[in-house]
Ligand binder design. Structure first.
Ligand code: HEM
Length: 501
């Protein structure tokens, strides 16, 4: 009898083994590293996931399946795989997963960046692309970029003339981009005073919550940890304060339109809130725009626009400080175009008059894309990608950082060598899959013209006005976070360049 039971168990084992083996063979899944119970591969991400994922992909291949808790995640680390997604399957790779912090802050993902693919996203994306971030609109804010960059130069000049001539350039770049985005989006800056302090504190708190590991996003039954740890309470508090702030901004704009009040210290130009309220009033689109959506879009412009734009500039300056010859070549270009003019203007940057400056910014974005893993996507249908089967609901992370350093695609990929972009057609608009700092396809960044407008002008002015002492041993450690910036602030010793001051 016992041997009969063993026999039956043996048959069951064989059957299970055969079934598993054949279903795995039938389903060719992307390779995966071994995982632990409950947390899956989360322990392998580390503080700088783009780096750990690059290392893993060198072992497991450019399409690799991880399990982040109970979330299956496809990691894409080659330009060929990105090409296959964008050219043949972009639609089903164009949704976003629900991330609890963002979902709460942006009114249930009513913004552009975190909305799921569908009618709402199409509506807000088209408002973003056609009304807020079009070339014409970006052009109309030229004077804001020129004024704010001049203000930054003035601040550097003032601090460099004092005895303590070390200047915290990182801080100045943050306030430059915050200032420009605040004026463009809200119509005025929030600097100085209690209101501005609160505004900055809220943005900081949201940033911190975003980088805090949130177990419930990966293992839903661990959601209780957020309640116990106080995370949920912090999130509620900041979401409420931010909502109160945005409600005030919207109401001020509404009553100004009705002629009830004057805007405090600002000009009469049209800002993004005015444009969004006008769209709401006209109700011209097929899809009425709610006030919560307007507030979510305002948040997006700060969330997606400030950190990235300043981070790109910060890395560019860090690389230039380490490479004095490249900095000198760039200064020569800028100074020869701007000549003895008092200020570089956007005209000086037109018609490719400063090709080296553009090459320097591209090279910095290749080595240091501010969102190294872009923003996460979610697959909406089962599919086959490069021979592997991937199931609907899988999270998709594209390692733009690894692709920008792929030795098959780039010669001496770790070297900062802007010349590689001179006489090259490679651009960051999403058509060259080896260079995708702004993402690709339908979900690619709509703020490229805005960001590059700020970064080019600010860099040109810095190069025109100052010489900087070299820092060959500058610490280039990356700070952990979604957008990756230099861990330690850039402290520089600017010396005014006499001929242009
Ligand atoms: C150097 C600066 C910037 C970089 C490197 C950058 C990069 C990116 C990346 C990688 C994405 C995700 C793309 C994808 O999933 O394929 C993105 C999305 C987005 N960016 Fe930017 N960005 C920058 C500046 C800006 C600015 C200035 C704005 C607006 C003022 C902006 C608005 C957005 C929005 C709204 C999205 C979401 C698009 C969608 O999901 O449909 N970005 N950006």
């Amino acid at each position: 009898m016992i041997s009969f039971i063993y026999f039956i168990l043996f048959i069951i084992f064989l059957y299970k083994w055969y079934f598993n083996a054949t279903s795995k063979a039938r389903k060719r899944l992307p390779p995966s590293p071994a995982k632990l119970p409950v947390i899956g591969n989360l322990f392998q991400l580390g503080l700088r996931p783009h780096r750990s994922l690059k290392e893993l992909s060198e072992r497991y291949g450019p399409l690799m399946m991880l399990h982040l808790g109970s979330v299956p995640a496809l990691i894409v680390s080659s330009a060929d795989a990105v090409r296959e997604i964008v050219k043949n399957q972009d639609l089903i790779f164009s949704s976003r997963p629900k991330l609890s912090v963002m979902h709460r802050i942006v009114y249930g993902s009513k913004d552009i960046a975190f909305a799921r693919y569908g009618d709402h996203w199409r509506q807000v994306r088209s408002i973003g692309v056609l009304q807020l971030l079009s070339n014409k609109r970006v052009q109309s804010y030229r004077h804001i970029r020129e004024e704010e960059t001049s203000l930054m130069i003035e601040k550097i000049r003032n601090s460099s003339s004092s005895s303590m001539s070390e200047v915290n350039l990182s801080n100045l770049l943050v306030s430059l981009t915050n200032g420009i985005i605040s004026r463009v989006v809200l119509g005025r800056k929030y600097d100085g005073g209690e209101e501005s302090e609160n505004f900055e504190l809220m943005l900081k708190e949201i940033g911190e919550l975003l980088v805090t590991f949130n177990p419930g996003d990966y293992v839903p039954w661990l959601n209780w940890i957020n309640r116990v740890s106080g995370f949920d309470a912090r999130l509620e508090k900041v979401a409420k304060s931010f909502d109160e702030f945005l409600t005030r901004v919207v109401e001020e704009h509404r009553s100004r339109k009705q002629g009830n009040t004057d805007r405090d210290g600002s000009s009469d130009e049209v800002d993004f809130v005015d444009i969004l309220l006008e769209i709401q009033r006209e109700n011209s689109s097929s899809y009425p725009i709610e006030t919560d959506t307007i507030k979510a879009l305002i948040f997006d412009m700060f969330g997606a626009g400030t950190d990235t734009t300043y981070t790109a500039l910060e890395w560019t300056m860090a690389e230039l400080l380490r490479h004095p010859k490249i900095m000198e070549k760039l200064q020569n270009e800028v100074r020869s175009v701007a000549g003895s003019k008092l200020e570089v203007t956007e005209e000086d940057l037109e018609k490719n008059k400063m090709p080296y400056l553009k090459a320097v910014i591209k090279e910095s974005l290749r080595l240091h894309p501010p969102f190294p893993l872009l923003l996460p996507r979610e697959l909406t249908q089962d599919t086959t990608l490069m021979g592997y089967e991937v199931a609907a609901g899988t999270r998709v992370m594209i390692n733009a950082w690894a692709i920008g350093r792929d030795p098959i695609l780039w010669e001496n990929p770790e070297e900062f060598h802007p010349e590689r972009f001179l006489d090259s057609e490679i651009d960051f608009k999403g058509f060259n899959f080896e260079f995708i700092p702004f993402g690709v396809g339908r979900r690619g960044c709509p703020g490229i013209t805005f960001a590059i407008g700020v970064d080019e002008l600010a860099l040109a002015k810095l190069m025109h006005k100052f010489n900087f002492a070299t820092q060959k041993d500058l610490d280039m450690t990356e700070a952990p976070g979604h957008s990756v910036h230099v861990k330690f602030p850039l402290l520089v010793n600017p010396i005014p360049h006499l001929a242009s001051n």
